[in-house]
Design a protein around this ligand. Structure first.
Ligand code: GSH
Length: 315
């Protein structure tokens, strides 16, 4: 039975024993009394997954000339922050100049002593705000967005109902995206073998989330109302990019994202923003060479220092 048979069939999977269910039984797992670390668990990213925190090696982080030092990668969580910086700069907030350094999580650079000092959770994005008398570390993408929004009084109302609504959706994203990434994306795209149970479980939840967004966007231009905010910046790199069909192989077809018309409208509107186009390029090291800016240290880098310019094909 395939998931594309949709709702009714999904219920059938859960209520009728079939030959396939019997075959799946062979793959069930009886947990031992005490879990132990099996290093060769397989799957994409298995080499960087560990059950312990802390640094694996001594290495300082580089520091550039701007007030903000960002250590990141152009994954959805990373893009939230580079979009925020580019939106601030687009608005003319020149104090928001930043250096963006690429952290290769596949190579374990998030476990360097320097990175762990900025983010003890060893995940990108991590920010060092050096604009004041002493450096302030900021980790967790939501905290970084709030930090910058408050610092510059932008993309977040100062008080009242509108501010609360932005927080509602910002924290909705923090709680929801792990079901999309760690749940659906992992089992659909990254796991070494495909299993129907987790893919069904998380596809259903992600479709529910897409419907939540679609209904909200039916009556609102932006996620939290009439104003573009840090809630849009947090949600778009996950759910907008999913709707564009740009993550997890062909997941947009699998999840029929074209059916969420209001989400599609919002996705296209946000994608067209110049700051979003630039933010998506920063710390990107895959895809079209014109859209890869491995490190960003100034506005002209988008023209002069993409991989298309630095490493033209054939050279
Ligand atoms: N809740 C965190 C999630 C950050 C996160 O999961 N980052 C991933 C890349 S998207 C990462 O750095 N993974 C490296 C690792 O798990 O070792 C945030 O929003 O900042």
């Amino acid at each position: 039975m395939k998931l594309k048979d949709a709702g009714a069939s999904y219920i059938a999977v859960t209520t009728h024993a079939t030959a396939k269910d019997a075959a799946m039984t062979d793959q069930t797992y009886t947990p031992p009394k005490v879990w132990t670390w099996e290093k060769e668990s397989g799957g994409q990213f298995a080499n960087i997954n560990r059950p312990i925190a802390g640094a694996t090696h001594e290495k300082d982080l580089p520091v550039g000339k701007h007030p903000f030092q960002l250590y990141s990668l152009a994954t959805p969580n990373g893009v939230k922050v580079t979009v925020m910086f580019e939106e601030l700069l687009e608005r003319g907030v020149s104090d928001a100049e930043y250096d963006a350094w690429l952290i290769s999580i596949q190579d374990g650079e998030q476990f360097s002593s320097g990175f762990v000092d900025v983010n003890p959770n060893s995940k990108i994005p991590a920010l060092l705000d050096r604009s004041g008398s002493e450096p302030v570390r900021v980790f967790e993408s939501g905290a970084i967005l709030v930090h910058l929004a408050e610092k510059f009084g932008a993309f977040l109302s100062a008080a009242g109902k509108a501010r609360t609504e932005v927080f509602n959706w910002l924290f909705w994203q923090m709680g929801s995206a792990p079901f999309l990434g760690g749940g659906f994306g992992h089992f659909y795209a990254y796991a070494p073998e495909k299993y129907e149970y987790p893919i069904n479980r998380y596809a259903m939840e992600v479709k529910r989330q897409l419907d939540v967004l679609d209904r909200q966007l039916a009556d609102n231009q932006f996620i939290a109302g009439d104003d573009y905010s840090i809630a849009d910046m947090a949600i778009w790199p996950w759910y907008g990019v999913l709707a564009q069909g740009k993550i997890y192989n062909d997941a947009s077809t699998f999840l029929s994202t074209h059916e969420y018309k209001n989400l599609q409208r919002w996705t296209d509107e946000i994608a067209a923003r110049p700051a979003v186009r630039r933010g998506r390029m920063v710390n990107r090291r895959w895809g079209d060479a014109h859209e890869q800016l491995h490190e960003r240290h100034g506005a002209s880098d988008f023209e002069l220092r993409t991989q298309a310019k630095l490493a033209p094909e054939g050279e």
